[in-house]
Design a protein around this ligand. Structure first.
Ligand code: AMP
Length: 192
């Protein structure tokens, strides 16, 4: 049973690694970005609201995001563990997640941070934009998303470091190579 988070700047490959971790550990991967994108595609009220923020590279407000995560974490498939990808991104979201987990008497085992240099990330994301056509993958928006990561999400990482559950992995390299590092880091963290 594993309950973990994956945190990384935009373009660090956290979605790809999250899918692989999820398969290998047999836990469900929950990506707030994917849930938002599915809602945008389906033109649901949540999607219409979220799209305004996503296109600008801003965070969707906590009032929307927190409730969505709470609802998702009450579904049955998380009982065997979970991997949250892209949440929490602000210290207020950390507090909110703490409260959800405390209600269920649950603790996080591992918080994994993928690290990468900003210029490498911009290069990767501009490349990805050509393939995926993601509306938030243009240079100005990419730089804004990176600024938010440094300005807000690094404080989240610091909180988990203080709690002694942070493990950092270099996200630069081939996908398989990074997966090997990630799986080793999780194993080491769980046996620590
Ligand atoms: P991602 O796929 O994780 O890069 O997320 C794509 C976009 O979804 C972000 O740029 C935000 O606009 C929004 N988003 C995803 N997760 C969160 C979150 N935890 N808090 C606020 N906005 C989020």
């Amino acid at each position: 049973m594993t309950r973990m988070l994956i945190i990384g700047p935009p373009g660090s490959g956290k979605g790809t690694q999250a899918e692989r971790i999820s398969e290998r550990l047999g836990v469900v991967a929950i990506s707030t970005g994917d849930i938002f994108r599915a809602n945008v595609k389906g033109e649901t009220p949540l999607g219409i609201e979220a799209k305004k923020y996503m296109d600008a590279g801003d965070f969707v407000p906590d009032s929307v995001t927190n409730k969505m995560v709470r609802d998702r974490l009450t579904e049955g498939d998380v009982e065997a563990g979970f991997l949250l990808d892209g949440y929490p991104r602000t210290t207020a979201q950390v507090d909110y997640l703490d409260a959800i987990l405390a209600e269920g008497g649950q603790l996080l085992d591992v918080v994994l941070q993928l690290t990468a240099d900003d210029e490498e990330l911009v290069k990767r994301l501009l490349g990805r934009a050509k393939d995926t056509g993601r509306s938030d993958d243009n240079e100005a928006v990419i730089r804004h998303r990176l600024d938010l990561y440094h300005g807000q999400t690094e404080a989240v990482v610091a909180k988990y470091a203080d709690r002694g559950i942070l493990t950092q992995v270099d996200g630069i390299g081939g996908i398989d190579e990074v997966t090997d590092r990630v799986m080793q880091a999780i194993k080491a963290a769980q046996s620590a």
